[in-house]
Design a protein around this ligand. Structure first.
Ligand SMILES: Cc1cc2nc3c(=O)[nH]c(=O)nc-3n(C[C@H](O)[C@H](O)[C@H](O)COP(=O)(O)OP(=O)(O)OC[C@H]3O[C@@H](n4cnc5c(N)ncnc54)[C@H](O)[C@@H]3O)c2cc1C
Ligand code: FES
Length: 265
């Protein structure tokens, strides 16, 4: 883990309530794996006190990029940062997706809901470099919630998208779109990130079809590196349930190990 108190913002993009920031941090970039995250101090003042976690959206030799949606004070303050400002960041943190050269030639489905698409862009780049085919399933409430659609399209990914209100693409949840597509093909593996109930549905589909699947879980995080126990959740380990720190042992877990929250989409 690297603490970089002066990561300079070298690029900023904005689509309504969504933003991306590229941060110059060569040491974090050198170690970053897809599915890992960074903790960002969003304010020099005491409000909000705690750093906020963000997945690594992409990286270059010298930079790491985050992609986020405004959901509260911290993300609001972060959205106001300008190019040339510096941010205090920690990372890379956590365990990412199990995606290596063994996936060469495999057909991989990446399913992202809303801001959950963030880590899947980095993953899609990795999979491509390993010679795997990545098909992207991207869902949002409305067309405004699909700001990365063009980015995936431009790079020639096989992209399928949905909106809950039908303003663009398949009308309905991305889990329903995915289920429909699975009538035509069977991926070798599924990686997903998004709202808990969306991932729960994808996990059930994966279990039904016997497809290995991994999910990036969210949890409110105090520290991001195992010190505060603020992120614990029950996870299956060797046929038992245990309290596990999402920041250290995750955020990515196998679908077989996750105990999903109650409720329907
Ligand atoms: C490992 C990890 C990676 C993440 N990656 C991204 C990302 O790439 N892009 C992105 O937009 N967001 C991401 N998040 C979620 C992001 O950290 C929260 O949206 C952010 O911390 C909210 O801060 P805030 O001060 O704006 O909102 P707050 O004022 O703190 O909260 C506003 C609302 O968001 C909820 N909330 C706060 N923190 C979280 C959280 N960690 N998870 C779920 N809900 C939360 C609160 O319960 C509340 O309802 C990630 C979270 C985790 C744990
Ligand atoms: S966030 Fe502090 S232990 Fe996980």
């Amino acid at each position: 883990m690297v603490k970089d108190p002066q990561a300079r913002i070298v690029d900023k993009k904005n689509w309504k309530s969504y933003f991306s920031l590229s941060l110059e941090s060569p040491r974090i970039a050198a170690q970053a794996q897809s599915g890992q995250f960074i903790m960002v101090r969003v304010s020099a003042h005491t409000q909000p006190l705690l750093r906020r976690p963000f997945s690594i959206h992409s990286k270059s030799e010298k930079t790491v990029e985050i992609f986020f949606q405004i959901t509260g004070l911290g993300t609001e303050l972060l959205s106001q940062k300008k190019p040339e400002d510096s941010l205090d960041i920690l990372g890379p943190l956590g365990k990412g997706f199990e995606a290596g050269k063994n996936l060469k030639g495999k057909d991989i489905a990446l399913v992202g809901g809303g801001r959950g698409i963030a880590p899947l862009y980095f993953l899609s780049q990795k999979l491509r470099s390993y010679g795997a085919t990545a098909r992207i399933f991207y869902g949002g409430k409305s067309q405004e919630d699909l700001p990365l659609k063009e980015k995936f399209e431009k790079e020639g990914f096989d992209l399928h998208w949905s909106t809950d209100d039908g303003s663009s693409g398949f009308k309905g949840f991305v889990s329903d779109l995915f289920k429909t597509e699975l009538e035509k093909y069977t991926p070798d593996r599924i990686f997903a990130c998004g709202p808990e109930l969306m991932m729960k549905k994808i996990s059930l589909i994966a279990q039904e079809k016997n497809i290995p699947a991994e999910f990036s879980l969210e949890s409110v995080m105090g520290c991001g590196f195992g010190a505060c126990w603020g992120c614990v959740r029950r996870i299956k380990r060797d046929n038992r349930e245990e309290w596990v720190k999402i920041c250290e042992e995750g955020p990515v877990f196998s679908g077989n190990d996750i105990i999903w929250e109650e409720g329907d989409e």
